[in-house]
Design a protein around this ligand. Structure first.
Ligand code: PLP
Length: 418
């Protein structure tokens, strides 16, 4: 299943970069080679199509466009207005939303703009605790969210790893938050959006869904859509959704003006029109039957990989996955998450560490979005699980053999050709 069909990853005028600035060109080539030589299992990463890359590398990067289509603070916006209208139309249609804002520069910018649209400084917000898988923007003291709002954290059950909804409800009743946030960087199961809505309604709170991770699965019909339940849905466009690095916000028309003003001029300046054009391309791709097939394959691959890791002795968080995400505990193989990440990286298997619900040692977090874009299927996933165990169980000669096999496997599924 070769999803990416076009021939090359580097723009046509890469030669001019090579000639003018070989120092930077070498970095670009080095990183491109790194991406193709190992297996990119970081759950938040993917490979964009050459069409997305072309839009990103286009002269739209030169255009200043503060404001919104038809109401800009700059002249000459007639073409970029079309790009933004198209991206908004495609995003709204793809997710069945009344309104879309495609300007957020990142997922974090989208989440902070959602807070700015709905909250006042000092308001109480109920979100997944950081140690349970909440994002930095869900109340970390190191982030604006934790400084300006009063976050209360809910967690997952220490045994099952699943969201403890009774506890979410009890905390909501106790703290009467202005908003409830549903979303995580590592939760491998579908949240119960209807239940979150019910809990938020009970205490008259907004429901903000941060769907940064599953947004691509939602687009492909492989995960439930939070749009009918949430007041505001925030997401990144660059994870499973396979678009350019950036963010987006979906909401009802009743909140459209507040959301738009919260993005510009409250938290951002000029929109990045090259990125918005690339988002339009990605939304167009995500609306195709090929992307539906892709999204379901991402989940099928993650299930096989999770089962394979479990069979090799890893502890698998929540006992499996419904998504692209897998959380695993490598301690039964004699390594904690940090040591495992280093060992696996040396073998070309690139992933993250994550918190484990029972505290203590860290685990590993991985995802199947990128390898599935490369065209890998269940057979490759089963082999990757075996390679994980080989890489962790052994040193020396064995890990060199794993490294060679990873290179060979990656080489059979190049993310880009040429
Ligand atoms: C990735 C992610 C973000 C932030 O996205 P950036 O583009 O890195 O700012 C926010 N929330 C969740 C749940 C995420 O997974």
């Amino acid at each position: 299943m070769a999803v990416i069909a076009a021939p090359t990853a580097t723009p046509a005028d890469f030669d001019s970069l090579l000639r003018q600035d070989p120092e930077v060109a070498e970095i670009v080539l080095g990183e491109s080679a790194r991406q193709g030589e190992g297996l990119q299992l970081i759950a938040a990463e993917n490979f964009v199509s050459p069409a997305v890359l072309a839009a990103l590398g286009s002269p739209l990067v030169n255009k200043y466009a503060e404001g919104y289509p038809g109401a800009r603070h700059h002249g000459g916006c007639e073409w970029v207005d079309e790009a933004e209208r198209l991206a908004v139309r495609r995003a709204a249609a793809l997710f069945g939303a009344e309104h879309a804002n495609v300007q957020p520069h990142s997922g974090s910018s989208a989440v902070l703009a959602a807070y700015a649209a709905l909250l006042e400084p000092g308001d109480t917000v109920l979100a997944m605790g950081l140690s349970a898988g909440g994002h930095l923007t869900h109340g970390s003291p190191a982030n604006l969210s934790g400084r300006w709002f009063d976050f209360v954290g809910y967690g997952v059950d220490g045994q099952t790893g699943l969201i403890d909804y009774d506890r979410v409800r009890a905390l909501a009743r106790e703290h009467r938050p202005r908003a409830v946030v549903c979303g995580s960087i590592s939760y491998p199961r579908h949240p119960d959006y209807a239940l979150f809505r019910e809990i938020a309604d009970e205490v008259d709170a907004y429901l903000i869904v941060d769907a940064s991770h599953p947004m691509g699965l939602i687009a492909g019909g492989a995960a439930p859509n939070p749009v009918p339940y949430a007041d505001v849905v925030c997401a990144t466009t660059h994870k499973v959704l396979r678009g350019p690095r950036g963010g987006m916000i979906l909401c009802h028309s009743a909140l459209a003006e507040r959301v738009d003003r919260a993005v510009f001029p409250f938290t951002q300046g000029g929109a990045q029109m090259h990125t918005i054009a690339a988002k339009a391309v990605a939304f167009g791709e995500a609306a195709t039957p090929a992307f539906t097939t892709y999204a379901h394959q991402v989940v099928a691959n993650a299930r096989v990989l999770a089962a394979g890791l479990e069979a090799e002795g890893f502890g698998v968080l929540t006992g499996g996955t419904d998504t692209h995400l897998i959380g695993a505990d490598p301690t039964p193989l004699g390594r904690d998450g940090r040591a495992a990440r280093a060992h696996l990286a040396a073998a070309g298997l690139v992933l993250d560490t994550c918190a484990l619900p029972h505290g203590g040692a860290r685990g590993i977090r991985l995802g199947t979005a990128a390898v599935t874009t490369q065209g890998m299927g269940e057979q490759e996933m089963a082999r990757i699980a075996a390679l994980f165990a080989l890489a962790l169980r052994d040193e020396g000669e064995q890990s060199r053999r794993v490294r060679t096999e990873v290179r060979e496997l990656a080489g059979r599924f190049p993310p880009y050709r040429g």
